[in-house]
Design a protein around this ligand. Sequence first.
Ligand code: FE2
Length: 385
Amino acid sequence: MAEFHAPQDVYTGRGCRKAVGDSVTKLGGSRALVVTDPHVIASAAAQDVLELLENAGIATIQYDGVIAEPTVEMVEAGLKVFHSFNSDIVIGLGGGSPMDAAKAIAVRAVSANSSLPKLEGANKVQTGRPPLICLSTTAGTGAEVTPFSIITDEERDVKMLISSLELLPDVSFSDPALADTAPLRPSIYAGVDALTHAIEAYVSRKAQPITDDLALSAIRRISASIVRACSEDYDEEARDDMTFASMQAGMAFANSSVALVHGMARPIGAVFHLPHGLCNSILLQSVMAFSLGSAPQRYASIADALGCEVGGLDSITAANCGIDKVREITEILAVPTLSQTGADLDLFERSVVKMAEDAIASGSPGNNPRIATIDEITELYRQNY
Ligand SMILES: [Fe+2]
């Protein structure tokens, strides 16, 4: 038996944002809180979304205070705006941070006597939230189709994972035009994040037939288009493919989970304040090498989807070609190693065991084909400093 969950309406393709007004109306909304960030809202495509809402007779108020990874404080500030405007629908417009904040504001709106830290973990969220729409402006997180929100609790210095089907948007928009103005470096890291979602969803112990097809299709698209999409020369076809693949990979890991790479990447991000996709990229090849012996056929299929010539090769050899292909992609995209980011070696040495403990505590490594011990995770961190 397998379960699969996705938004009730999934809009994809260049220009799909034009349906946003009808979507709000269909969900019964007329006063929308738009959760975004100052960079996104300055773009022409985002302004177009506001105009589309206005033309559909939807009153809007913006909360653009999600200036970095969202915190409890930012969500509470957004919630105040939601109530002060008598909003009846929440719209997330941005990358992972504004979308995660929008999700958290929507579920906080029905937990008046609660607080976000009490919602941390799985299925602690009350039902009955206002309608929720997410429009993604990056090709990477897939947050527009996932039932997760990551919010930092600054009092405890913890990145809380809140997980509930209540966080799954009712409607998602993956419109590549919204990603056209994203800066190059963040786009590269977002693209590698999407590739990691697809690879981890495919090798996860919770993989299932629907997520398998989505993940392999996403890997094919990303491998064929990531370098062209992340180049100074504008390539519309490649960018369209990356946005679609990011949505596919999001749906895949939303239903089959991520694994060891993500489990290890979050502590790196927390200690060194590095972008999430970069942290994944630092680890991806060596975690694949560590894991492939436990699922060689799966990693061979990934190599095939990455475009490697695997005909006639045994599974292990084919799987290793996949790792070479990932290395080739990250080298072309000039993704730095941890030490090249300027991460302090003393801080690394002081933190590495705690990072390994936090990685295991997150639960994601438990979905990896090969279960890693604390010592093995520590060693993997050291290999990738
Ligand atoms: Fe990710």
